[in-house]
Every structure is written in C-alpha cells, then in structure tokens.
Design a protein around this ligand. Structure first.
Ligand code: SAJ
Length: 433
C-alpha cells in the first residue's frame, strides 16, 4: 500500500518520524531547505541538538541501509505514496496571526510535484480551519487535482517533546483527521506501522482543535498554579505545600507554578486556537492565562528587586547570575525560554547579568557560562529559572563564601526556604511568601 514516504521538514518533528518509517522498511526521503542539514543527515548524523535517546543511532542505521535519504529537491514527491508536512508554524503575537510562510512554501512545492492518489498529511500544529482555508486550496489550485478524489488529505498533529521524541511518537495516541473516510482509513494504515498508541480517526477541523486545545488546556492549568502562587506570596505561605494538599483531593491535579512557560508548544497553541475563531469569538480564559504566564519571568525578576530594596540595595550595577537558560530542566532547548524574560527585566534595571546553563551551548550572541561556581563568584544574587538537576546538588557553603551578597531567588522550588534562611541566605521563591 505504501512504499515511498516523503517527510517535508527534518526538525524535531520530521526527523524522528522519518527515521521510524525508514526503520520499518519504507523508502523515506527527508526534505530540508538548508543544505547543511541535508548533508548532516546523509552522513548519518542527527540534525537536531539535545539528548534524544536512540535517535542518533537510528538515523545512522537507516542512512547506512539506504532507507533514509535527505534532499532539498521536491521532485522526490513525484513517486511518494505518502507526504508528511512537518514544518514550523510559529505565531506572530504582534500581528496576532500564525506565521505560515514555511507551511505555504512547502505546500506549493509539494503540490507542484505530487502525483495522483498520494496521501498528504500535515503534522505541524495549525489553527483550526487552516486545513480547509489554506492547505486544501493551495494543494488543489497548484496541483489542479481535487482533494479527497485525486489525492487524499489529512491532519495528524504531532505530540513530540524534546528529550522523548522517539518515545512519544511510538507510545502516545494520535488523532488522525482525514478529509473523508478513505483518507482516515489510509492514515490509520500508515501510522499503525510506527505508532503503538491508539489511533483516533476524525475529521480535519476536530484534529486541529484537539491539538491546540490540549496545549491551551495545559497553559491554563499552569496559569492557575501561578495565580495561586501569587496569592500565597501575599499571604506569606508556601504554594508548593498548598499544591500538595490540594492534589490530595480527588480529581485535582494542580500544576507547578514557576518562573514562566517556555517551549515550542504552550506559548503559541492557545493563540492558534483562538485565531481559529478570530472575528467570531474572543476566547477570554485562555488569553488571560497566556498573559499571566507571560508575566512570570518579570515577576521573578521583581522578587530580586524587592529583596534588594529591603536591604537598601539597588540592582543597578550589581552582578546577577541567572542560573538556567533552557526552557525545560535537563534540556538544551531554548525556544521561548522564560530565562530571557528574567534577564531582560534585570538588564532594564541596569543589572550586570551573567548566564549559566550546563546544557545550552549558545544563544544569539549571549555568553552562556558552563562553570557554575565561577559564575557565582562575586555575584550579588543568584536567580534560578530552570530546575536543572545540577542545581539541586550545589555546595551551598561554597557559594555563600564566594558571593558578594548571599541573595537567592528560586523560580522553580529547587531549595527549601527554611534551610536557606538557616544558612544565612536572603531567599525568595516564586509562590513562597
Ligand atoms: N511548566 C510549568 N509548570 C508545569 C509544567 C510545565 O511552569 O506544571 C513550564 C515548563 O517549565 C516549561 C513549559 O511550561 O517552561 C512547558 O513545559 P512542558 O512540560 O509542557 O513541555 P513542552 O513545552 O515540551 O510540552 C510538550 C507538549 N507536547 C506537545 O505539544 C506535543 C505538552 O502538550 C506535553 O504535555 C508535554 O510536552 C509533555 O509533558 O510531554
């Protein structure tokens, strides 16, 4: 039924799914617009950063056995039985619209080359109605073929997470939104080769809403935890104790408050969902939640400014070490990292900010230090924004001895307040009054 598969976009979503289909014996071609990435893959190397268990080995294996090849050339779509589109779909919050440039360009190039009876599937996260109002028209108008008749069209949203790319694709359930019954059947046949999780057939718009809603839901849950954290700060209690006891109640699952919400999904998916009803409905809760989560980095920086004010100090000219730049613990992924918000808030007040992260190599010209204790030396304060495991085992006596002033701001409940005060630190934690 399927022999040749083309994956458009070989990033966090495309490269693991390409390697998995290749490992199942399909002839897979990965299309990427940058020759560097294409060359990397054709050498059997993984084109993405970060620790991805088994992915580098799998890519090496399937490239060696010639089941996976990379190219910049879309003509390979001519012989494709299935074409999966896995390109980025960021959201421009200034213009309040998705940035579909990569998606449009990929769709046009696919349509110029694809053959009759191919199955085209969009795995990228898209706003509801995008399949009907953008994807289908571009494919039909460019290919002069009719979706659902001359070729099949579906939306199967990805559910990957950095650090668990292969695991998530293999084990999580997937929603297969097809334009008609035949498409849904073909999608289930295709994905059953690599997905052990349940495959749920539905229509395209339902699949679009499920994907954006599942992440909007998580963003709202985190925002609720952050709001309770702000309340606890004012009441002088510990939100993490509150959270633990709340979650003793049945059907409760209060999330973790913290220094902010980063990543490639949560910061944009509620905006994509609300964009799907632009002009007909203005969702309130999820936009309020998004705005609250966006304020957490500056709130975390504010905790430092407040504690310095209490000590008669001004953050201006002070050396502040921001610990953790990745958006997620023990990861090097920096997309939409809350740390940038903390750093910019402190720099705006004149602070001299140094950045430490054990995993992140570099970021747009910012120097990211690798040696924690040298970063701490002579600092006026440490601000912990990412809960990297390394931070849980630091030598507190050593850092107290080398810091100029022992101020610690804890954005991820890494430390125990009472313990830190006992050791002579001036300590503030998000959600800890
Ligand atoms: N965060 C909190 N409090 C929480 C959980 C997360 O502040 O209780 C913050 C994290 O520090 C991070 C951000 O939110 O900055 C995102 O964390 P995440 O655990 O949601 O990680 P992501 O962004 O990689 O989320 C992805 C999503 N998966 C997909 O979109 C396919 C999300 O829906 C999943 O729930 C998550 O992976 C996962 O747990 O697998």
């Amino acid at each position: 039924m399927f022999k040749n598969i083309v994956i458009v976009g070989t990033g966090y979503v495309g490269i693991p799914v390409a390697a998995m289909f290749a490992d199942k014996g399909f002839n897979v071609v990965g299309i990427n617009r940058t020759k560097e990435k294409v060359d990397l893959i054709n050498k059997g190397l993984c084109p993405i950063e970060g620790d991805e268990p088994n992915l580098p080995e799998l890519i090496d294996k399937v490239v060696k056995n010639k089941k996976l090849v990379a190219t910049t050339d879309y003509s390979v779509c001519k012989t494709a039985d299935a074409i999966l589109i896995c390109v980025e779909t960021p959201f421009d919050s200034d213009k309040w619209e998705p940035k579909y440039d990569s998606l449009k360009s990929a769709l046009k190039s696919v349509a110029e080359n694809m053959s009759k009876n191919s199955l085209v599937i969009v795995e990228s996260t898209i706003a509801p109605t995008t399949m009907e109002t953008l994807v289908k028209p571009i494919l039909e108008n460019t290919s002069k073929m009719e979706a659902g008749k001359d070729f099949l069209l579906g939306n199967c949203p990805e559910r990957v997470m950095p650090g668990k790319l292969l695991y998530n694709i293999e084990n999580l359930s997937r929603v297969c939104g097809g334009i008609n019954e035949e498409t849904r059947e073909r999608m289930l046949q295709l994905y059953s080769h690599i997905v052990k999780g349940e495959l749920y057939p539905t229509d395209c718009i339902t699949a679009e809403v499920v994907k954006t809603a599942e992440n909007a839901y998580r963003d709202v849950e985190i925002a609720f935890a952050n709001e309770v954290a702000l309340i606890c700060e004012k009441l002088g209690i510990n939100v993490y104790e509150v959270r633990e006891l709340v979650n003793k109640a049945p059907y409760r699952n209060m999330h973790l408050p913290g220094a902010g919400v980063g990543g490639h999904c949560l910061p944009k998916d509620s905006l994509l969902l609300s964009y799907g009803v632009k002009g007909i409905l203005t969702p309130e809760l999820m936009i309020l939640a998004r705005n609250l989560n966006k304020k957490m980095p500056s709130h975390t920086a504010g905790l430092l400014i407040d504690v310095m004010k209490e000590k008669g100090m001004d953050v201006k000219g002070k050396k502040i070490a921001v610990c953790g730049f990745a958006y997620l613990e023990n990861s090097d992924d920096t997309r939409n990292t809350p740390s940038l918000g903390v750093i910019n808030s402190l720099k705006e007040k004149g602070a001299i900010v140094e950045i430490h992260d054990p995993f992140v190599k570099s970021y747009e010209g910012l120097e990211i230090k690798k040696d924690f204790y040298s970063c701490v030396k002579d600092s006026d304060a440490l601000v912990f924004v990412t809960a990297h495991s390394e931070y849980k085992n630091i030598d507190l006596n050593k850092i107290k001895g080398t810091m100029k002033t022992p101020i610690i701001i804890d954005g991820r409940n890494i430390f125990d307040k009472e313990e830190m005060i006992k050791r002579g630190f001036h300590y503030r934690g998000v959600g800890k009054g």
